[in-house]
Design a protein around this ligand. Sequence first.
Ligand code: FSO
Ligand code: SF4
Length: 552
Amino acid sequence: MFCIQCEQTLNSPVAKGCIFAQGMCGKTAEVSDLQDVLVKYLQGISFWAKLGADYGYHHPQVNRWSPQAFFSTLTNVNFDPVRMYEFIQEARHYKSALEKEVKAVVADHSGVIPPLTVAALMDIPAAQEAVIQFAPMASLNQEKKSLDDVLGAYLLCLYGLKGVAAYMEHAAVLGQTDDEVYAQYHGIMSYLGDSPDDLQELLQTALQVGELNYRVMFMLDKGETSRFGDPEPTQVNVGHVKGKCILVSGHDLEDLYEILVQTQDKGINVYTHGEMLPAHGYPQLKTFKHLVGNYGTAWQKQQTEFADFPGAIVMTSNCIINPDVGGYKDRIFTRSIVGWPGARHIVGEDFSEVIDCALSLEGFREDARPHLITVGFGRAALAQAAPAVIQEIRAGSIKHVFLVGGCDGDKRDRNYYTDFAQKTPEDTLMLTLACGKYRFNYQDFGNINGIPRLLDVGQCNDSYSAIQLALALAEEFQCGVNDLPLTLVVSWFEQKAIAVLLTLLALGVRGIYLGPSLPVFLTPDLLEMLVETFDIRPISDADSDLKVMLNS
Ligand code: FSO
Ligand code: SF4
């Protein structure tokens, strides 16, 4: 196996990337190899899909399925070799069907089929054992033993595009699809399937990935807000209440909605977990009285927190980790692209299995002491707060705004973000995003003339809302985003964060602080280029960084 896509990858003098029998996340070499084969297939499928799109031909099923399958290879999403093999079989089917259809379309237009890419030419065997033996041919570092600038830039594009694919799937679940966006996705995927080795071209492609992601985040924002309303500031209890319970984790609001509908009047309380916390701010979700609160904190704590949860658990997307460790595999359910060997997988919209499981369990015996936190500062709420923020900036009561966004993880270096949040001066605001906030969102940071100092914008994809606020402030102050008293402090963990980072770079945002460590696939040369072009700054310690931020 060779996997280097996330922040917890192996980085030692012996190995750069997870290369042994199992990755640091618990992904086996078998699953990793199957994922490499799947990605190659997807790149081959994209060759035909892009060619079809050039002739105005779009295949809705392939467009919907391809990013979904790519999403299944993202960190902490699917650990099940059986499911991976099923994806490969589906890919085989789609590739041959699409090839035939697109050839016919090209012939109808008296067109010419361009030279096939490496991935489109790849002939992958059908039997599972043969697929595994074939895997080294599809490995991401097959031609190179060590990481060089070209492979690093290639991986920046591939992993960024994987993050985009995840958001495309989240948007599609909410009915947001766009043939033009799919064509761009297939174009980049197909390009990556031809073993590109032009460094400058790859770096340009990375920015195209960022631009594409901006468009996809717009679609996702539209999907979420048109379906469930604009998030509004809402207090959420993070202490549990007595009774039977279901915990819903991940990013998929539609699944949460379905579960809320199907558990109505069943005597079951529903809790959010992790990236589902912002759901409480959506008008169409918060009307459900049995959506009682949020349980637990960030993904890496689930093995102890889920073990203590006396109900059923549904993982709608990343991040899942080994449920055997906490002994709760019999009451955890996976959805869509998520998979764990032996864990029950719910297909379709019927959650009765989850409900039966919750009813068979004891639930919480008593209420915990309530503790309220506030969520819901999405795009509209931020726009509403903007005039007051502008006024306070003008009056000098708000000196600086920080966006402390991104993922959480296990490393001790991540204490930086707690430390940073605690040390931000009282005349500064903090916007938060994604699961990194769990390190400090239980604390009360007070307010500035009625404006809460900590404003939770939502999930990682809601960076779209934060970008809109930054653009509005820049317009108001008639300056560029980089001239605002605003600093982005980003914690990355997996590929969605890479997609968001590339979006920010594509929008020309400079001076982003990035941590806790830098992606291992960024070679020293690549890093130097990013620092020179975008002034990317690796985090150091909270005191020194704050000093620089507040004086710049
Ligand atoms: Fe966190 Fe996991 Fe949103 Fe990520 S739950 S780490 S960036 O997958 O998706 O913030
Ligand atoms: Fe390693 Fe991360 Fe890949 Fe898991 S996802 S195998 S931890 S690089």
